[in-house]
Write a protein that binds this ligand. Structure first.
Ligand code: MN
Length: 231
């Protein structure tokens, strides 16, 4: 028996300041988790249940990359987000215990083909082509949770060619990090390698060829991304 072909190895993230590496398994994402962003998308913020969606590991793009402007869109948006990296298994964990699962934190950009997402939403169709595409999960090196501490009121921001577009703090999350982990663990058996993009603050906007984006969260390694011409 021989396998027809080999698949690429899973993406691996550096852990800043250590020799450790974090292999990426699943990627979960949260929608509308800052009130001002929910409103700019045309929705009232709600606490009924978190809005979860996923990206595949094939969407991972490392900080420092230059990517082609994504195909199939004329309105690709940046969304800077805190990313939580899960380092231990859990199912139906209580929020009070949830931070014990976190191996590290990082800055991410949830690149979004907004035109495709909005068209899908309008027709009641899945968001996948708007959210899960190559280079759509941009990730900076992680910082170990023991170095970062507890997500609280750290500033989260994004600049586009030096202009500040997003500027908020983590205390404004509608669903806190422990709450998100607890809710997600009701739906999935969380496992080491899982990442959670925890939602973006207000100020999202379109990227263009030659843009340079910098995402920052106090206490974490910066994320940089350059946009090139379309392929
Ligand atoms: Mn997002």
């Amino acid at each position: 028996m021989s396998q027809l072909f080999d698949l690429p190895a899973c993406p691996v993230l550096a852990m800043a300041g250590t020799e450790l590496r974090f292999p990426v398994g699943r990627i979960f994402c949260v929608g509308q988790n800052y009130a001002a962003h929910a409103r700019e998308m045309g929705f009232e913020p709600q606490r009924d249940a978190p809005i979860f969606f996923t990206k595949s590991p094939a969407a991972v793009c490392h900080s420092g990359s230059t990517i082609a402007y994504p195909p199939g869109t004329a309105n690709c948006h940046f969304e800077v987000e805190l990313v939580v990296a899960i380092g231990a298994p859990a199912f139906r964990i209580a929020a009070a215990d949830a931070l014990s699962l976190v191996a590290g934190y990082g800055v991410g950009i949830d690149l979004t083909r907004r035109d495709l997402q909005n068209a899908a939403r309008g027709q009641g169709h899945p968001w996948d082509t708007g959210k899960d595409f190559e280079n759509a999960a941009v990730l900076a090196p992680l910082t170990p949770a023991t170095s970062f501490g507890v997500p609280a009121a750290q500033r989260i921001s994004l600049t586009q060619n030096g202009e500040t577009r997003q500027d908020a703090d983590l205390a404004q999350l509608i669903w806190s990090i422990p709450e998100l982990i607890a809710e997600l663990s009701k739906l999935y058996h969380l496992a080491p390698g899982d990442l959670i993009f925890t939602g973006t603050p207000a100020g999202v906007g379109p990227v263009a060829p030659s843009d340079r984006l910098v995402g920052r969260i106090d206490g974490l390694a910066d994320l940089t991304l350059a946009i090139g011409e379309p392929e």
